[in-house]
Design a protein around this ligand. Structure first.
Ligand SMILES: Cc1cc2nc3c(=O)[nH]c(=O)nc-3n(C[C@H](O)[C@H](O)[C@H](O)COP(=O)(O)OP(=O)(O)OC[C@H]3O[C@@H](n4cnc5c(N)ncnc54)[C@H](O)[C@@H]3O)c2cc1C
Length: 1001
């Protein structure tokens, strides 16, 4: 398959001729309002295109505006975003802004009106009435309509029900309207004069249910079908066509699977008329299109395919790069154009079963479609062009004049839910590479605009490409993309295989390479099904601890002398092994720690990251650093390992944290004794196995699962232990810290404790927060992995102005969070780690009921209750006060306490009023408030306009202060220093008055 069509001179000259004809007709139309030199938004657009920083500020202001409730808030945001530019924007505002502190309404009114007016450019209206007016207008012009009800990403079942109802009402009202207008318009009629369905409705699946979990398509499809069926039934009754819009890439496979699945149901196998949007900017669009056409043929199901380039290009590029995933969209604009042309031909070649809908405002793309249709003998009325309301009106008119069918995509609805749509349109109109901007701003000649995209490829740039990283630089491991069916299959198979072949094995203590097998073996069980034994771990003794320390002390000089590069390579080999065994390791994490798939996979990635990052870091630190350049003396600082350490890790990140605590000191040249958490000892054994396989010598690493009370305590107190790398509870951490402070006879070093403990993390919701984004972020931060992360959100502080609205929506969204067995891919809330944790959390819930109001609690299904798993229902309390137990103490479970703050001062004070300072979150769209949070919200990891959890190695060095820890940042630049002593070496290089030439350091 050639990547794109090879330019053909005959086609090219025909496309040019067609394009010129279109341009000539377009020139007879009034110029597009948006780009004509008069009017407020023309000026806005003009500035936006010239000044990208202004554009960002302006679009951010537009985005926040509908959620601002008072004139004062509007004025404040206007000033924060646009400053003096606000006056230039609209000179009439000058006096108002000057007086705004005492008369904000003077400014707010006109500004809001201006933005509403701007929205009116792209949104056909708010109500059904407005829509009918627009349809009438279109009919007069000969244009057909497809309706889009604004609103994306519902957060609760109630919201999805409202959206469903609106869709049904629109189908009813518009069908009644059409019944009264029996004459189809020009664009409604096909080649034989037969009318296509006049009523077209476009739907976005994300608005149909809050239960869209791309990693769990089976259940998502079930939930989606529940609301789609009534729409389809009504569509059949009224003879409407239902078109599926295509949204972000993560929903693409799900959308296609849903489409095929529901239209294979006997009830919908032949009716209603259907269509779907396909995005040519996706690299895999061609394959999807071929599959879809094959499906249509197999099922004898004619359908419309709306070919678009795609509306989420920036987001797809940025999201994939952030995750180290392959970027799914073409990176050069002409690639999308060329793919569009290739797929245009494919659709036309299959016009017997497909009605192609070419949705583009680009005259070249459109002209090419017409020419190829002529070449292939496809009747012009068999396909249609589609364009958005408020855009490319002159193209619509020109196409009609040339005898082509045109359909307008008319969005209606309120401004607030329509903001995402409006901002997409603004971006589209101002994008550097967009056809509309280039044409309307006169940035290219018509001839250039009609050029073949394949010829433009060589000179094209990749605007958002991340700079290539230098060789040897650290690169994060990519998490598994479970939205891809192949990955889900792999994980499922690995889980099955693990359960079939690996359960119940015995894992001995390992000291100095020797397996100690004559110890009592204790079971480690699956918290979701405690009757399932994952494996047995040997309980190490005080004597084992003594032996491990002695072996380490003996081996230390050799390990210290091992070249850093050799040690680093061992870590990198271990990372490679982990990567190659990722699915198997994930399976163990799912079974032993009850981690949901995505969390298990992220744990594995983080462990791999620690291995690779610390290897890179140690190589850097191995190079002596000149302290001061001075002739005659060569002064460098170098690092030397501390000696022998023990890593004491928690069960909640049983692989990642244990790996980090172990391999950071190890690569620095220390000998290490691994003491895993009791509940996840088998994961510890896996780590030992992998590091041994990677070449870490027997004397440098020992595996000692044991009780904290005897062998563990013995290690901590041992005079020959030079440091303890600990992450875990406050109680144990402080105990270790205290014990380490007592110097014992025979002890050579001051004992160092790297001590990371808990958190009681707050998220503040500001009055102007984007609630649609804040709710899913809060839900996941609080309930993901059953709230058992030290970073998890447990105090939700909501500002008074938005409290009622936010809390109502948050509570209605809570039931959408899936609680279940983590071996099922859709589970987000798993059982907690053991019965003791379950009991403790339930105790906190009881305390919460007494001191505040139980606002929501999940109901556990009878199956979950019968499973014996350590499930705790996710729970939310309102009416909480700063001195309540559930507000002050770390619960480490799926429990959220909501507090109300009257203003930001109080919110920051509440957030900081705690023993812990680990993570914090802040949702706000006020630049000034964000600046305040940076200064005043005192936590180790502050996350703004995103969730509290999910730190990534190097990007988010992790760790806090106060009772959260000692300020050591895991996965950060300075971390290795904790396991090293700095040494200074000064050499007099002056010999008999002769100094060597300066070296290049
Ligand atoms: C009626 C209608 C319905 C639509 N429905 C959907 C839908 O359901 N889902 C959806 O995603 N889109 C949809 N769109 C498409 C989208 O919203 C844009 O309108 C469309 O991508 C613009 O393409 P164009 O050919 O008009 O303009 P052009 O200016 O020729 O193309 C712009 C497009 O090129 C692509 N692009 C930009 N920069 C680059 C780059 N550096 N590398 C690669 N590609 C790049 C992007 O897709 C961008 O949108 C729809 C469009 C219309 C008209």
């Amino acid at each position: 398959m050639a990547q794109f069509l090879t330019p053909d001179p005959k086609i090219e000259s025909a496309v040019r001729a067609k394009g010129e004809q279109l341009f000539a007709l377009m020139d007879q139309q009034p110029p597009p309002a948006l780009f004509s030199k008069k009017g407020a938004y023309a000026r806005l657009m003009d500035w936006s295109m010239k000044d990208p920083a202004f554009k960002t500020q302006l679009f951010r202001f537009v985005d926040v505006l509908p959620s601002l409730n008072s004139s004062g808030e509007i004025v404040r945001h206007l000033q924060e975003y646009l400053g003096d530019k606000a006056v230039e924007l609209n000179p009439a505002l000058k006096a108002g802004l000057a007086a705004s502190s005492f008369a904000p309404a003077l400014v707010a009114g006109p500004v809001k009106a201006q933005i509403v007016d701007m929205a009116g450019q792209f949104v056909a209206g708010e109500t059904g009435e407005d829509l009918l007016k627009q349809i009438k207008k279109n009919i007069k012009l000969g244009i057909a309509t497809t309706i889009d009800l604004l609103g994306e990403a519902v957060v609760s079942e109630e919201e999805a029900d409202v959206f469903l109802k609106r869709n049904l009402e629109i189908l009813d009202s518009v069908s009644k309207f059409y019944a009264k207008e029996p004459e189809p318009c020009f664009s409604d009629l096909g080649p034989d004069g037969k009318a296509f369905p006049r009523l077209n409705l476009s739907v976005k699946i994300s608005a149909l249910t809050p239960d869209v979990h791309p990693a769990d398509p089976e259940n998502s499809i079930k939930a989606l079908k529940h609301r789609l069926r009534p729409i389809l039934r009504r569509a059949i009754e009224v003879g409407a066509l239902i078109n599926f819009d295509m949204e972000s890439y993560k929903l693409k496979d799900l959308t296609l699977a849903l489409f095929k699945s529901i239209f294979e149901e006997p009830e919908f196998a032949q009716k209603p008329a259907i269509g779907i949007a396909m995005q040519a900017y996706l690299r895999d669009c061609e394959q999807d299109l071929r599959d879809l056409v094959a499906w249509a043929r197999k099922n004898n199901r004619p359908l419309n395919i709306r070919l678009v380039k795609g509306a989420y290009w920036d987001a797809e590029t940025v999201n994939a790069q952030a995750r180290e995933w392959p970027i799914p969209v073409w990176q050069k604009k002409p690639e999308s154009d060329a793919n569009y042309e290739k797929l245009t031909v494919y659709l036309l070649e299959n016009a017997d079963i497909i009605t192609p809908n070419f949705a583009s405002h680009n005259v070249r793309s459109v002209s090419h479609a017409i020419v190829q249709a002529e070449r292939l003998g496809v009747h012009p009325k068999h396909y249609e062009f589609q364009a958005l309301y408020g855009m490319a009106d002159e193209l619509k008119a020109a196409l009609l004049q040339m005898g082509h069918r045109v359909r307008e995509y008319s969005a209606i609805g309120e401004l607030l839910p329509g903001m995402a749509y409006l901002v997409r349109r603004l971006l589209e109109n101002t994008s550097n590479e967009g056809f509309l901007r280039i044409k309307n701003m006169g940035e290219a000649s018509k001839e250039q605009l009609l050029g073949n995209p394949v010829n433009a490829l060589a000179a094209a740039t990749e605007p958002l490409a991340r700079k290539p990283r230098p060789t040897g630089a650290f690169i994060n491991a990519a998490n598994t993309d479970y939205t891809l069916a192949a990955n889900r299959e792999k994980q499922r198979a690995a889980l099955k295989n693990f359960e079939a072949t690996q359960l119940g094995k015995k894992w001995p203590v390992i000291i100095n390479g020797k397996k100690v097998t004559d110890r009592p073996f204790l079971p480690s069980v699956n918290p979701a099904r405690p009757s399932q034994v994952v494996g047995y771990w040997a309980k190490g003794t005080v004597q084992d601890a003594e032996d491990a320390v002695a072996a380490s002390v003996a081996f230390f000089p050799k390990w210290r002398a091992t070249p850093v590069d050799d040690r680093a390579k061992m870590l990198e080999r271990a990372a490679d092994i982990m990567e190659s065994r990722r699915m198997e390791i994930n399976s163990l994490l799912i079974l032993e720690a009850a981690k949901p798939w995505v969390e298990a996979d992220a744990d594995t990635s983080e462990a791999i990251d620690f291995l690779r990052f610390y290897a890179v870091e140690m190589r850097r630190m191995a190079k002596p650093v000149v302290t001061q350049k001075v002739p005659g003396e060569h002064c460098v600082q170098v690092w030397t390992p501390r000696g022998v350490g023990v890593s004491v890790a928690p069960w909640n990140f049983p692989l990642a944290i244990l790996t980090g605590l172990t391999v950071a000191p190890l690569v620095a040249g220390n000998c290490m004794i691994i003491k895993p958490a009791r509940q996840t000892s088998i994961i510890g054994a896996f780590l030992m196995d992998i590091l041994t396989q990677a070449g870490v010598p027997a004397g440098a690493l020992h595996y000692l699962p044991c009780s904290g009370a005897d062998a563990g305590a013995h290690l901590v107190a041992h005079p020959k232990i030079d440091f303890i790398a600990f992450t875990g509870s406050r109680e144990v951490g402080l105990g270790i810290y205290e014990e380490a402070g007592k110097t014992k006879p025979g002890q050579l070093n001051l004992k160092k404790v790297v001590c990371e403990m808990g958190g009681k993390n707050a998220m503040i919701i500001d009055n102007d927060a984007d609630i649609d984004e804040a709710i899913p972020a809060c839900l996941y931060s609080a309930f993901g992995f059953a709230g058992q992360k030290c970073s998890a959100l447990s105090r939700l502080i909501v500002l008074e102005g938005v409290y009622d609205k936010f809390v109502e929506r948050f509570l209605s969204a809570c039931p959408t969070i899936p609680v279940g067995d983590p071996s099922q891919p859709g589970t987000i809330v798993n059982p907690v780690i053991d019965d003791a944790a379950q009991k403790s959390i339930l105790g906190y819930i009881e305390a919460g009921k007494k001191e505040s109001k139980l606002a929501w609690q999940a109901t556990l299904s009878p199956e979950l209750l019968a499973s014996g798993g350590y499930f705790v229902p996710p729970t939310v309390f309102t009416g909480c006060k700063p001195d309540h137990k559930i507000v002050r103490e770390e619960i480490f479970g799926p429990v959220v306490a909501i507090l109300k703050a009257k203003d930001l001062d109080e919110a920051f004070a509440m957030a900081n009023d705690n023993d812990y300072a680990l993570t914090g979150g802040f949702f706000s769209r006020s630049p000034r408030a964000i600046a305040r949070a940076r200064e005043e919200f005192l936590v180790g990891n502050l996350y703004i306009n995103r969730g509290n959890t999910g730190a990534i190695v190097e990007r988010h060095p992790f760790g806090g202060f106060k009772m959260s820890g000692g300020g050591t940042k895991a996965g950060g630049r300075e971390y290795l220093e904790n396991f090293l002593f700095p040494r200074l070496i000064a050499e007099n290089v002056l010999r008999r008055g002769f100094t060597p030439p300066e070296e290049n350091e």
